[in-house]
Ligand binder design. Structure first.
Ligand code: URA
Length: 309
């Protein structure tokens, strides 16, 4: 989306230089631009470029100010009002009892949440976390992507397959950990004729705030010993918006969320884009810290993973 906005501003600049004074824009396109600009305004930290399923982890500036100014309703009172905002985050009350009973109740709540349902396209699913309800380690990602919203399960696409391998490298099975996301629906992008969404965008701060009670409730039910945030969006959601400039500032260190130790590391899609031993080793070193804190056995072989060039 950032690339599309930059291309648009460049083209407008080119037309202006060429002497063009007016361009006509449909109401639909205006609404789409507003949504994109709004998303840009709400996520000040680490805006990343869309490349396939997730984006770069480091921060970059967004060149949307001219569009934002041009589309401001204050300056253009005749423009349609901005897209509606989300209501306050839900206050969730789970029944007392067994973990399974409480988790099932939570699943019913999220699946019936009118805001979540409204943001899921026909035939696609609201996504809650998955895994062992007595897991010691809970991984927290960003948001469902194309595969996840079809299957209704987090991390089942390419990034998920890599996450599964990362988990296996620690000596655990995917079924032994819990895997959740900050978001319960796939953040929408405008769709073309066929109605399918291509690409993903990071959730806005408001979207993450809305979904956060569902993640807190999962932490409450599972009660893991440790949390691992995958990528800068998840880290922002858990550490607070504006808490850091670049993921490198906070990764590989212990933080805290909901009273639990929280390790921040890269999103597996970062490795998909940079499949070098160096980037694999960076994530692996973070996971070694998680294994140490979780008192998992670590062999010499495991300690040396991805050290060779
Ligand atoms: N990336 C995420 O952050 N979450 C998913 O569920 C899938 C990909």
């Amino acid at each position: 989306m950032r690339a599309a906005l930059t291309a648009l501003t460049d083209e407008l600049q080119r037309l202006k230089t060429a002497g063009v004074k007016h361009v006509s824009v449909s109401a639909e396109s205006l609404a789409t631009l507003r949504r994109a600009v709004g998303a840009g305004r709400q996520e000040p930290v680490g805006r990343r470029q869309e490349t396939g399923d997730r984006r770069q982890e480091e921060s970059a500036s967004v060149k949307v100010a001219p569009i934002a100014a041009a589309l401001s309703t204050e300056k253009n009172p005749r423009l349609p009002p901005p897209v509606s905002r989300l209501p306050a985050p839900p206050e969730l009350a789970l029944p007392a009892g067994e973990k399974r009973t409480r988790w099932d109740a939570l699943l019913a709540l999220v699946q019936n949440d009118p805001v979540c349902r409204e943001h899921v396209r026909p035939g696609k699913k609201v996504v809650l976390g998955v895994g062992h309800l007595d897991a010691q380690i809970m991984f927290v990602g960003e948001a469902p992507g194309a595969e996840e919203e079809i299957q209704g399960e987090p991390f089942v696409g390419p990034a998920g397959q890599l996450l599964t391998k990362m988990i296996q490298a620690t000596g655990l099975k995917r079924e032994q950990v819990y895997i959740g996301n900050i978001m319960n629906w796939r953040p929408e992008l405008p769709v073309s004729g066929g109605g399918e969404q291509y690409g993903n965008r990071p959730p806005t701060e408001e979207e993450m705030r809305y979904c956060l009670p569902y993640l807190r409730a999962q932490i409450d039910v599972v009660n893991p010993a440790l949390l691992v945030a995958l990528g800068s969006t998840a880290a922002q959601g858990l550490l607070g918006f504006g808490a850091f400039k670049a993921l490198g500032d906070v990764r590989g260190r212990w933080h805290e969320f909901a009273g639990k130790p929280l390790m921040v590391t890269y999103h597996p899609s970062y490795i998909l884009r940079n499949p070098t031993n160096r980037s694999k080793r960076m994530i692996w070193e973070d996971l070694l810290k998680v294994m140490e804190r979780a008192a998992l056995p670590i062999s010499e072989k495991q300690r040396g993973y991805f050290l060779e060039k």
